[in-house]
Design a binder for this molecule. Structure first.
Ligand SMILES: Cc1cc2nc3c(=O)[nH]c(=O)nc-3n(C[C@H](O)[C@H](O)[C@H](O)COP(=O)(O)O)c2cc1C
Length: 196
């Protein structure tokens, strides 16, 4: 890094002012980039389930491509964009599976729609004709009624522990810049100001 030293000493504390508090119903979308099994980058949108003050949690199907990629290379980068606030946060680091309890809590917080999706959204359903897909969706809801859903066995979660954090701030009428942080082997953060 080559910029001037950043004023804020603790990027996790700064992130806590940008991200929804733990337990919040607000789940921003983020672009999650992993390392593809063929070595190429692999990116998609996921929800930020929670920021616990140290790690960013996201959840997915354990049969998914991203789960296989993270098993092979447990490193990722996420980018969250708030256009209305002219902000972007990019976090890069190491990924580990969350505990069953953490995964369960996240599932309980998901909307009913996303809870059903986690159960039914498999390859068979994906390739079925549209009408059949809707029939199977409706049948699942009918069979399960209003009872609370439990997570399917394929529901899993991951938490990203930051190694680098990049806070971009823009303005419609002025220059953008970034606060760039990196954690050293001893766990101490070093920050610099970079052009946007
Ligand atoms: C707005 C939005 C939010 C999404 N949230 C999630 C999510 O939280 N978890 C997830 O597994 N997939 C989510 N998806 C679907 C993923 O983008 C992706 O298509 C899916 O997870 C399969 O990705 P993979 O094949 O790279 O593993 C979301 C898609 C969109 C457009």
């Amino acid at each position: 890094m080559t910029g001037a030293a950043a004023g804020t000493a603790d990027p996790l504390a700064l992130a806590a002012t940008w991200l929804p508090a733990a337990g919040s119903e607000v789940t921003p979308t983020m672009t999650l980039a992993t390392i593809g099994l063929d070595g190429y980058p692999s990116a998609r949108t996921v929800l930020l389930s929670a920021f616990d003050g140290q790690r960013l949690h996201f959840h997915t199907d354990t049969r998914s491509r991203k789960a296989a990629e993270l098993a092979a290379a447990p490193r990722a980068s996420v980018t969250i964009h708030w256009p209305e606030r002219a902000r972007q946060l990019t976090v890069t680091g190491d990924v580990a599976p969350v505990t069953d309890q953490e995964a369960r809590i996240a599932y309980d917080r998901r909307s009913r729609y996303l809870q059903v999706l986690a159960w039914v959204n498999d390859t068979d359903l994906a390739v079925a004709p549209e009408a059949d897909r809707r029939v199977r969706w409706a049948a699942f809801e009918r069979e399960h009624g209003d009872a609370p859903y439990t997570p399917p066995p394929t529901w899993g979660g991951f938490a990203l522990t930051p190694l680098r954090m990049l806070f971009w701030s823009g303005a419609a009428d002025g220059p953008s810049n970034r606060l760039a942080y990196e954690r050293d082997a001893g766990g101490a953060w070093r920050g610099e100001v970079w052009p946007g």
